[in-house]
Design a protein. Structure first.
Length: 94
C-alpha cells in the first residue's frame, strides 16, 4: 500500500513539474503597437504552444506596469502569454 502511494505521489509530481515547465515556455515575437492607456500590446508572434495557437498577430492585455516599460514598438521580445480571467495576457517578458 505504501509503495502504491509513493508511486502515485511521484507520478503526480512529475506531471505538475512538466505542466509548470510547459506553461512558462517563452515565445518569440515583435511588438507592433503599444497602447499605454488600455495596457494592451499588439504582438506578431510565433506559435503559442501553451495556448495551442498558430503564429499570428494578436492584441494582449499586459499583466503589470513594469512590463509595459519593456514593450516598445518594433522591439524583438520573448514573452509568456496565458489566459487570465478569460483574457489573453502577457505575464512575462524578457
Amino acid at each position: 500500500m505504501k509503495t502504491v502511494i509513493k508511486l502515485a505521489l511521484t507520478a503526480s509530481l512529475i506531471v505538475v513539474t512538466a505542466l509548470a515547465a510547459y506553461a512558462a515556455e517563452f515565445t518569440k515575437g515583435t511588438v507592433k503597437k503599444v497602447d499605454l492607456k488600455a495596457k494592451k500590446v499588439t504582438i506578431i508572434h510565433e506559435e503559442l504552444k501553451n495556448l495551442e495557437m498558430p503564429a499570428m498577430t494578436m492584441v494582449f492585455k499586459v499583466a503589470g506596469d513594469a512590463m509595459m516599460e519593456k514593450l516598445k514598438e518594433g522591439a524583438k521580445i520573448e514573452f509568456v502569454a496565458e489566459r487570465v480571467k478569460g483574457k489573453l495576457t502577457v505575464t512575462e517578458v524578457k
